[in-house]
Design a binder for this molecule. Structure first.
Ligand SMILES: Nc1ncnc2c1ncn2[C@@H]1O[C@H](COP(=O)(O)OP(=O)(O)OP(=O)(O)O)[C@@H](O)[C@H]1O
Length: 243
């Protein structure tokens, strides 16, 4: 579905990505795993058009979209859930969903939005019970589920998730991950970045290991799990994620 080709991104003298190439396959989960500062966020920002590369290309369903602005990528189905749970914390849960639905597809009919919101509330009754509360009053896990649900309101073709487990308690991480597993079973295409390698490999079909801006290993999740278990990845300080 999406191919990153030989991407180089610099921040002044810092070379954040040094010739990264990878493929995100349809209907499944691809993971990018790497330590703090390895370049995962930069890679997701590149895919969303939030950083300009020195060099490289991005192919989406076979066509180059490297020159497209972020809005065009969003309109064509690339939804990005950023690191750090960015919500409108003073707005209610309901309004956050409404804003997300309108932002991504301004001409959605009211009935369609209502139906989609009903689906969110059926899946997460806790969000319904708190729908009139400011989003900032939700727990970290509830905020993460709200953000992912909001991203799904636009029925994206590709969902990008940057470290969805960051700062969450283990039991909540399990809830977020089982929701991602459900989305995968429903046919969604997901690209997930994680520092906790074993966690991402639990649900991913395929993975890439990023180390200081370069892909150093790749393979299906069984292969990468075996590398992790044999400590072959220990030099790059990945979180094991065996919580
Ligand atoms: N805006 C910026 N200006 C300068 N350097 C940056 C900027 N953003 C990231 N970097 C540097 O680029 C490198 C890659 O950072 P990036 O945030 O992409 O890594 P990451 O794997 O997502 O790390 P984290 O897990 O901390 O989010 C790091 O050395 C980082 O310090």
């Amino acid at each position: 579905m999406l191919s990153v080709r030989n991407v180089h991104v610099n921040y002044g003298p810092i070379k954040a990505l040094k010739g990264v190439s990878l493929d995100i396959r349809s209907n499944g989960i691809t993971a990018i795993i790497g330590a703090n500062g390895s370049g995962k966020t930069t890679l997701l920002h590149f895919i969303s058009g939030l950083v300009t590369p020195e060099e490289g290309d991005l192919l989406y369903e076979g066509i180059s979209i490297a020159a497209w602005p972020t809005e065009a990528r969003v309109k064509h189905g690339i939804a990005h859930v950023m690191e750090g749970r960015r919500l409108f914390k003073d707005q209610t849960v309901y309004d956050n969903l409404l804003l997300a639905a309108h932002f991504r597809t301004p001409r959605l009919e009211k009935k369609t939005i209502t139906n989609k919101m009903e689906q969110v509330f059926q899946r997460f009754p806790i969000l319904e019970s708190k729908k009139h509360q400011p989003a900032g009053t939700l727990s970290g896990g509830q905020q993460q589920l709200l953000i992912i649900s909001a991203a799904l309101l636009s029925a994206p073709k590709l969902l990008l998730l940057d470290e969805p487990s960051l700062g969450l308690a283990p039991v909540i991480i399990d809830e977020v991950y089982s929701f991602l597993q459900e989305l995968k079973q429903a046919g969604m295409t997901i690209f997930i970045s994680e520092q906790m390698a074993a966690l991402a490999l639990r649900i991913a079909d395929y993975g890439y290991v990023l180390d200081r801006g370069a892909i150093v290993k790749s393979g299906d999740s069984a292969y990468l799990k075996a590398l992790l278990a044999s400590d072959d990845l220990s030099s790059i300080y990945l979180g094991k994620g065996n919580h």
